[in-house]
Write a protein that binds this ligand. Sequence first.
Ligand SMILES: Nc1ncnc2c1ncn2[C@@H]1O[C@H](COP(=O)(O)OP(=O)(O)OP(=O)(O)O)[C@@H](O)[C@H]1O
Ligand SMILES: Nc1nc2c(ncn2[C@@H]2O[C@H](COP(=O)(O)O)[C@@H](O)[C@H]2O)c(=O)[nH]1
Length: 219
Amino acid sequence: MSDTGNHVAAAGDTGRATHGEPVPGRSSRRRLTVVSGPSGVGKSSVVSELRRLDPDIYFSVSVTTRAPRPGEVDGAHYHFIDRAMFDKMVAAGELLEHAEFAGNCYGTPREPVERALAEGRQAVLEIELQGARQVRAAMPEARLVMLMPPSWEELVGRLTGRGTEEEAAVKARLAEAERELAAAGEFDVRVVNADVRTAAGQLLDLMNTDFESIREHHE
Ligand SMILES: Nc1ncnc2c1ncn2[C@@H]1O[C@H](COP(=O)(O)OP(=O)(O)OP(=O)(O)O)[C@@H](O)[C@H]1O
Ligand SMILES: Nc1nc2c(ncn2[C@@H]2O[C@H](COP(=O)(O)O)[C@@H](O)[C@H]2O)c(=O)[nH]1
């Protein structure tokens, strides 16, 4: 996918998305949390623990052109789609954000997230850096959290230890990881994932805190 630009409607409280759907107001967009971080840092592990801690949170299920890993369930871990369908969704404005990462395309279906926010629920997106930047541009009220590894060596150990990628794919993901870690300062908060339960607890605390005050504190 060559075009990884911003396709998110940057409308105000009473604005409408590019395709006519209502967009969430400013206060509901504060309930949107983006969890980002380098491949292998433990985003899925921490988000899965967060789901256990608070089942009321809405967790976005992304679309991807990546092949399923053993044990991954279509509709639960991802919606696995082909490139033609992905391009169609982009063209129709059905993705809140989208990006190409290490040779595959990923995107967040817009409608379920907007519905969850409109219902007053917290919503969590687990996405990479380009997508996080698109959300930041379109929804400045969303909270952006970067999950950090305790060390580079630990990150490499986790990614290779997971054993889900060939050597070339691991290399591509580590190259992305360097870029992602260099952008850590763009995020509202950085949480070190030394321990999954601790990191998930910290994330939940952040989600339940008045984020504007945290932001001011960090600026
Ligand atoms: N705190 C931790 N301590 C030790 N191992 C961990 C920790 N968190 C996650 N792991 C392990 O690291 C590996 C990568 O975790 P996970 O798949 O959750 O990462 P991810 O950030 O979602 O990766 P990707 O972006 O590639 O999908 C897994 O094998 C997981 O069990
Ligand atoms: N921009 C987006 N990034 C996404 C989305 N769903 C997942 N991701 C991120 O992609 C990488 C690779 O994921 P993997 O499952 O192949 O290991 C990782 O950083 C995910 O967080 C999305 O919808 N948009």
